[in-house]
Design a binder for this molecule. Structure first.
Ligand code: C5P
Length: 230
C-alpha cells in the first residue's frame, strides 16, 4: 500500500459491541472488543483518509480520527445514516435484539414470601439491520462502498466461507470480511484469520493468522479498487 493512497476518501468505520439498556444500570451486551474496527480506522487515517469512527467501545481514539461515541444499535444507526461517505465499514457487533421496554428506574427484586424465586422476564424486539438499510438507501450502486463483517462458525450445514457467501448475497454489500469464531478465538484476541469475499468475484482471499492491523491493511487494499470519489 502507498502511504497516501486513501487521500480524498471519506470513510466511516463502526466499531464495538452495542449496549442495549434494560434500566439505568444494566444493559445487554456482547464480547466484541472493538479492536478490529479501531485498527481499520487507524490504518485508514495513516493512509490519508478522512475517518469518522462511530463507536460503542472505549478504546483510545487513533490519531487523526474523528470519534462519534454511541451506545445502542439505534444510536449507531442514526449516526451512520446521517454521515455521507465514500466507504462504510460495518465492523461493529450490532445487537440483533434490544429489550422491548427500558425501565426508567432500577429493576428491583421482589420480596414475596409466597414466591421467593420470582424473576422478571425480559421481552426482546428486533433491531433494524443497519447494513441492509445502508445497501437499500444507496442511490448509486457504487457509492458508498459498503463492507460487512461476519463472525461465523462452521457446522454441519457448511463451512465458514459457504455461510459468508450466503450472507454477502443476502445483505447485498460489496465486500464481506468473515472470521471464524468459537472456542475463544477472535473476540478480544490480537491475532485473527479472516476471509475476504467480494460480490463481483467468487475468489476468496484468506489472511492470517495476522494482527488486526495487518487485517485492516488487507481490507483497505481490497476496498481501494472499488472506491470512486467525486
Ligand atoms: O447477520 P450478522 O449479524 O452476522 O451480520 C453482521 C454484519 O451486519 C456486520 O457487518 C454488522 O455490523 C452488521 N449488522 C448491522 N445491523 C444489525 C446487525 C448486524 O448492520 N442489526
Amino acid at each position: 500500500p502507498q502511504d497516501d493512497d486513501l487521500t480524498g476518501v471519506h470513510v466511516v468505520v463502526t466499531a464495538g459491541g452495542t449496549r442495549e439498556p434494560l434500566d439505568p444500570v444494566r444493559y445487554l451486551g456482547n464480547r466484541s472488543s472493538g479492536k478490529q474496527g479501531y485498527a481499520l480506522a487507524e490504518v485508514a487515517a495513516r493512509r490519508g483518509a478522512k475517518v469518522t469512527l462511530i463507536s460503542s467501545s472505549s478504546l483510545p481514539t487513533p490519531a487523526g480520527v474523528d470519534l462519534v461515541q454511541v451506545e445502542t444499535a439505534l444510536q449507531l444507526r442514526e449516526q451512520v445514516l446521517a454521515t455521507r461517505a465514500d466507504v462504510v465499514v460495518m465492523a461493529a457487533a450490532v445487537a440483533d435484539f434490544r429489550p422491548a421496554h427500558v425501565s426508567g428506574t432500577k429493576i428491583k427484586k421482589t420480596h414475596d414470601a409466597a414466591d421467593p424465586d420470582a424473576a422478571p422476564t425480559v421481552e426482546l424486539v428486533r433491531n433494524p439491520d443497519i447494513l441492509v438499510d445502508l445497501v437499500q438507501r444507496r442511490a448509486d450502486a457504487s457509492r458508498p462502498v459498503i463492507v460487512g463483517f461476519a463472525a461465523e462458525t462452521g457446522d454441519q450445514n457448511g463451512d465458514v466461507i459457504t455461510h459468508a457467501r450466503a450472507k454477502l448475497e443476502r445483505k447485498g454489500c460489496d465486500l464481506l470480511v468473515a472470521n471464524e469464531v468459537g472456542d475463544g478465538v477472535t473476540f478480544g484476541q490480537d491475532d485473527t484469520t479472516v476471509h475476504l469475499l467480494r460480490r463481483d468475484t467468487p475468489d476468496v482471499t484468506t489472511i492470517g493468522p495476522a494482527s488486526k492491523s495487518a487485517v485492516a491493511t488487507a481490507v483497505w487494499d481490497a476496498v481501494l479498487p472499488l472506491v470512486r470519489t467525486s
